[in-house]
Design a protein around this ligand. Structure first.
Ligand code: SF4
Length: 339
């Protein structure tokens, strides 16, 4: 179910914008505190009141909790059963964050990513994305939602933006706390830049991974052919327009993108930009040739970059990895699941 279809159905049942918001808020906030709907039900049109139990059952069936896998740092991986039996994954992060999936599988095919190996299975609907938040909220408060789980949000752009609008309005998430993560895509940049007045504008995370165009083509073979310099220029324009810094994501792989050439490239590319570089030491995946660098090496790179004026964060715990890295969640989440 796409949220736009749900909105149309509510309107067809006689809902005005206030009724519609009340019903959607009750769903997305996932709390009975919307004395809301139950107590105010009699304010809804009769046709909507009568249809509501069926609609609520449909919404509840979008994603059901399948299993919960706690992490050592307080994160929790949630496996959710969708109506067609496929499993979607979300991760509850420390400090009220939630990482959600936008697709089952992914077509970008990054060489170092487990999800990329299997290609795209299907898109998630905007309803299924919000349903991940609803399920998470049944366990803990959620105040930040990052679209960094399975899938490339730019490849399911309309549905992701629908989910963002609902979460940023009826869903009670601050707009800056909604994070759109991408490998970089012209249409996504254009669309985000032209979101109109009153629309929720998310913060941007850009998966960079290298400053070298040829290496990027090798590592991300089906990502759009934008060079790292072009990507940073597009992201930077969005950051300046919204006032939200860009999160540049860098999965650090031993002997691949941890050398002095990349340090020089990063200093040249990111000096003076409005962003933060997240270094995420690679989480090794069985069957893939990439290796995690030593912690000392990663810390040295972070220190060097910091000294040279690049705001750099070295991510070290499971929740922080998820917070910082497309593909890393999938490596962590899927590897044990597939063994
Ligand atoms: Fe897709 Fe992200 Fe994996 Fe690349 S790292 S294949 S974009 S899920």
């Amino acid at each position: 179910m796409q949220i736009s279809q749900l909105r149309q159905r509510l309107r067809a049942l006689g809902a005005n914008p206030a009724h519609e918001a009340r019903v959607l808020r009750h769903w997305a906030l996932a709390k009975p505190q919307d004395s809301g709907r139950r107590r105010n039900q009699h304010y809804l049109p009769q046709a909507l009141r009568e249809a509501l139990p069926g609609i609520e059952a449909e919404l509840a069936g979008l994603a059901r909790l399948h299993s919960v896998h706690p992490g050592e740092d307080g994160s929790e991986r949630l496996l959710l059963s969708l109506a067609d039996g496929l499993l979607a994954e979300s991760v509850l992060l420390p400090r009220d964050g939630l990482c959600i999936s936008s697709q089952i599988g992914c077509a970008v095919g990054c060489r170092f990513c487990m999800t990329g190996r299997d290609g795209l299975q299907r898109q998630l609907s905007s309803g299924e994305m919000v349903a991940q938040v609803v399920q998470a909220r049944a366990r803990r408060p959620v105040k930040k939602v990052v679209f960094m789980g399975m899938g490339e949000p730019a490849h399911n752009l309309d549905a992701v933006l629908e989910a963002i609008q609902l979460l940023g309005h009826e869903g009670g998430i601050g707009h800056k706390q909604l994070v759109f993560s991408t490998v970089g895509d012209e249409r996504a940049f254009d669309t985000l830049m032209t979101l109109g007045e009153g629309k929720a504008k998310p913060a941007l995370a850009l998966s960079l991974h290298t400053t070298q165009p040829e290496l990027r083509e090798q590592l991300l073979p089906r990502a759009p052919r934008l060079t790292p310099a072009e990507l940073v220029a597009r992201a930077e324009a969005y950051a300046r327009a919204t006032g939200y810094p860009v999160q540049y994501q860098w999965t650090l792989m031993d002997g691949v993108n941890d050398g002095p050439d990349e340090i020089e490239g990063l200093v040249a590319l990111l000096s003076g930009t409005y962003g933060v570089l997240n270094l995420i030491p690679y989480n090794q995946v069985d069957g893939l040739p990439y290796r995690r660098p030593s912690w000392e090496r990663a810390a040295e790179i972070a220190r060097t970059l910091h000294r040279r004026g690049i705001l750099t964060k070295l991510r070290q715990s499971a929740g922080q990895d998820v917070d910082g890295g497309c593909g890393q969640l999938r490596a962590r989440v899927l590897a044990p699941h597939r063994r």
